[in-house]
Design a protein around this ligand. Structure first.
Ligand SMILES: [Fe+2]
Length: 160
């Protein structure tokens, strides 16, 4: 049987991933408002990934013979402005906060000697490292004065 604290943590992360999807949808929407179409596509893709993460958590909770809990979605922060880096800074902060939540949940599972949940969470931690590195790279490119943000936007349009 799943430890109560671990179950609560898994449900919280399920909720966090659903909220992450909404955060990226809002980012994509604002990027479309200011006509950064490539970055908007990138954010729409990220929203899709977040929904996948939520389903992975849902399925794990069910596999452990428990019931996933749906909570209401929070209002996502409103990011505005013409500068592309502002949107990626917001995305980076969101990813960093998510990494902290997942690693904290891993510690909870570890303390409960729930090796199954620890094992389940590790690929999620790895994915966090990858997503964070990708956003950091985009921010590095955008911080270079010789790089035209329009070119970065065009590249993001092709990102999978
Ligand atoms: Fe995620």
């Amino acid at each position: 049987m799943l430890d109560q604290q671990v179950l609560e943590g898994l449900n919280e992360e399920f909720s966090n991933e659903r909220n992450n999807a909404e955060v990226y949808e809002a980012l994509a929407s604002q990027l479309r408002v200011v006509n950064w179409a490539g970055a908007a596509r990138w954010a729409e893709h990220a929203a899709k990934d977040e929904r996948k993460h939520a389903r992975i958590l849902r399925d794990y909770i069910i596999a452990r013979n428990e019931t996933p809990v749906f909570t209401s979605i929070d209002t996502p922060p409103l990011i505005t402005g013409d500068e592309l880096s502002v949107y990626f800074q917001a995305a980076l902060e969101r990813e960093q906060a998510t990494t902290l939540k997942i690693t904290t949940l891993h510690m909870t599972a570890w303390n409960a000697v729930d090796i199954e949940t620890c094992t389940f969470l590790l690929p999620m931690v790895e994915e966090q490292t990858r997503s964070t590195a990708e956003i950091q790279d985009i921010l590095k490119q955008l911080s270079r004065t010789e790089v035209d943000p329009k070119l970065v936007d065009n590249e993001l349009a092709e990102a999978e």
